[in-house]
Design a protein around this ligand. Structure first.
Ligand code: ATR
Length: 286
């Protein structure tokens, strides 16, 4: 994968992440650790890209010879129109978080959903087949997760949203992919006794507003898996209360690490040094 100059000199691998704001991103720390652990000479830099400069920034990937770029808020949807090829999953989700520059052809992928599912399976719920899953939220994060989740043959997936219509729209859009249902948050509370896994994809409880709950924990059955995409704080109020109820809890660190590890594998063709990446994220949060 090493780019070569005319004359054959290998160049360091160039990688980065585009967003606005970008300074808070933990991706540079995580991927620099990955490059070092894998013994690859290269750099992964934060790229502050304003919305009105997005098209130019994409052209810059080719012009500057970046091998790969992650895409974060607010560009994941808009960037699609500037890329040459879009992976089927990313197309369905409607968002790209990873770009591979394959000899000047820019290919867009979405590794958020598959990264999340890998983390959930490895850390909390090894088999999702036949499970009843309740997903809170129906924004960009929920779309990635629900899409990846439906590939795992769950018995049913219920998407609940503050704006119930958005959840119902999503359920209609993907009704051909599995047993999917949409509802409002109040109905979600009533459905809790019939659920095996609860996943919060909303930002409720995230820094700088810890202590908030996306739904009333009173009805949480003990023994279910409760998962929160948030990793700052590592233990959200939802996870704290779920743990008190005897649930298995799962936070968003693994999702962040695995979305990055899939991107790393697209760019380098090598297995990602996942534990070095996880350690780098954890120490950058501390
Ligand atoms: P993301 O990419 O993180 O999913 P998003 O696409 O803006 O971001 O979606 C945010 C999700 O969190 C939505 O489902 C949103 O609900 P609405 O569609 O009703 O806005 C949900 N959300 C955000 N703040 C919330 C709050 N205070 N209470 C409940 N849901 C909230």
């Amino acid at each position: 994968v090493v780019e070569k100059e005319r004359g054959g000199n290998p160049l360091p691998l160039l990688l980065g992440v585009m967003g606005d704001p970008i300074i808070q991103s933990k991706s540079p720390a995580m991927h620099m650790a990955a490059l070092e652990a894998a013994g690859i000479e290269g750099s992964y830099v934060p790229l502050h890209v304003k919305e009105e400069r997005l098209q130019q920034a994409v052209q810059g990937i080719r012009a500057l010879g970046f091998r790969g770029v992650n895409v974060t808020v607010p560009h994941k949807v808009e960037i699609i129109k500037y890329l040459d090829e879009i992976d089927e999953g990313a197309r369905a989700i409607g968002a790209v978080n990873t770009i591979l520059n394959d000899g000047g052809v820019l290919k867009g992928y979405n590794t958020d959903g598959i990264g999340y599912i890998r983390s959930l399976k490895e850390e909390a719920a090894p088999d999702l087949t036949g499970k009843r899953v309740l997903v809170l939220g129906s924004g960009g994060a929920a779309r990635g997760i629900v899409y990846a989740l439906l590939q795992e043959a769950p018995a049913r997936v219920i998407v609940a949203n503050r704006t119930a219509e958005k959840a119902r729209d999503l359920a209609r859009e993907w009704s051909h992919l599995g047993h999917l249902q949409g509802c409002g948050m109040e109905e979600a509370g009533n459905l809790l006794p019939e659920v095996d896994i609860l996943i919060n994809t909303t930002s409720v409880g995230m820094y700088p507003h810890p202590g908030h709950m996306p739904l009333d924990a009173a009805g949480l059955p003990s023994g279910i898996v409760v998962s929160d995409l948030i990793y700052n704080p590592l233990r959200t109020e939802l996870l704290i209360q779920a743990e008190r109820k005897g649930c298995t809890v799962h936070n968003g660190i693994g999702m962040f690490v695995y979305q990055g590890s899939y991107a790393f594998e697209y760019w380098t063709g090598m297995p990602a040094p996942v534990e070095a990446m996880r350690a780098a994220v954890l120490s950058s949060l501390a």
